[in-house]
Design a protein around this ligand. Structure first.
Ligand code: SF4
Length: 288
């Protein structure tokens, strides 16, 4: 068998675990030894994904100022986002116009599209300054945006929280910004448990002193969690089980497909997956 048809080494992370849970085959394609693009063009992030990245980077630059003892600055943050989004729209104008096309509401206009992206980014950033950041008053900076790897039962685990602080009360607080639409029914548990485990391993032995929060920059809402001993036990077990499977099962046949129209129609590996093509093709045929 070709070496590239084998799974590569994968550190455990909440995003890898979630991908594996959603569709094992997609996980395999994502982490296989050396992925062939199959002649497909290089990945260009969608406007929504790019917007999220820009808001994250803009906030990260402000937190770096705060860490240096400087004031954070709304205008600098929104100027940064505007410049990046203008560049993105200009660089990808043709592709964006092709994707969006004209609609019943009228002709697609690239300038209005750019303005709307910039306006959305500005709203997220304003929400951060006015509603979210006041919650960090009295906090002490520990770290931000650093990729950390640690071992659990000799298995490597990777996390990258957006911000770690100590509150005025002495709690260790791990925060992640969420720029996507707030989904009340999403299940953020695994990511929060992974952050709690990291906080416990690296900084804070007492569970009751750990706070994990996902902060939605669109709405200003917080999902908060104080981990229990059970949370930590569950995530440790999951890490051990999943890493054991990924280590022992390395060929594509061990990673089953789990096709649904919703997942497969948005999957970047659809061109390689006949099961996915079948469910997407079935719907297309039915709608004809
Ligand atoms: S196309 Fe569907 S079934 Fe195939 S890998 Fe992607 S999500 Fe899984």
């Amino acid at each position: 068998m070709d070496d590239s048809e084998q799974l590569a080494h994968v550190n455990w992370s909440a995003s890898a675990a979630r991908l594996f849970e959603e569709c094992p085959r997609r996980f395999f394609y994502r982490y296989q030894q050396s992925e062939s693009t199959g002649g497909h063009s290089e990945y260009t992030p969608t406007p929504g994904v790019y917007l999220g990245t820009v808001v994250h980077k803009s906030l990260s630059a402000q937190i770096a100022r705060w860490a240096r003892g400087e004031n954070i600055h709304l205008q600098t943050a929104t100027d940064y986002a505007r410049d990046k989004l203008e560049w993105y729209v200009e660089a990808n104008a043709e592709e964006i116009a092709d994707r969006n096309g004209d609609t019943d509401e009228g002709e697609f206009n690239i300038d209005s599209f750019a303005h709307s992206l910039i306006r959305t980014a500005r709203e997220h950033i304003k929400q951060f300054f006015r509603v979210i950041w006041p919650h960090f008053e009295g906090h002490r900076y520990i770290a931000h945006e650093t990729r950390q790897t640690f071992d659990i039962a000799e298995e490597p685990v990777t996390v990258q929280p957006d911000l770690c602080t100590r509150s005025a009360e002495g709690d260790f607080v791990v925060t992640d910004w969420k720029t996507g639409a707030y989904d009340r029914f999403s299940n953020p548990t695994i990511q929060m448990q992974a952050y709690a485990l990291y906080a416990h391993e690296a900084y804070e032995p007492e569970f009751r002193r750990i706070r994990v929060q996902l902060v939605h920059t669109g709405s200003g809402e917080f999902d908060r969690m104080v981990p229990t001993r059970d949370d930590i036990r569950r995530v440790r077990e999951r890490i051990t089980n999943e890493r054991s499977f990924w280590n022992s099962q390395r060929d594509v046949g061990s990673y089953e497909t789990d096709p649904t129209v919703k997942k497969c129609s948005q999957c970047s590996y659809l061109h390689r997956c006949t099961d996915g093509q079948a469910v997407v093709g079935d719907t297309q045929n039915q709608s004809k």
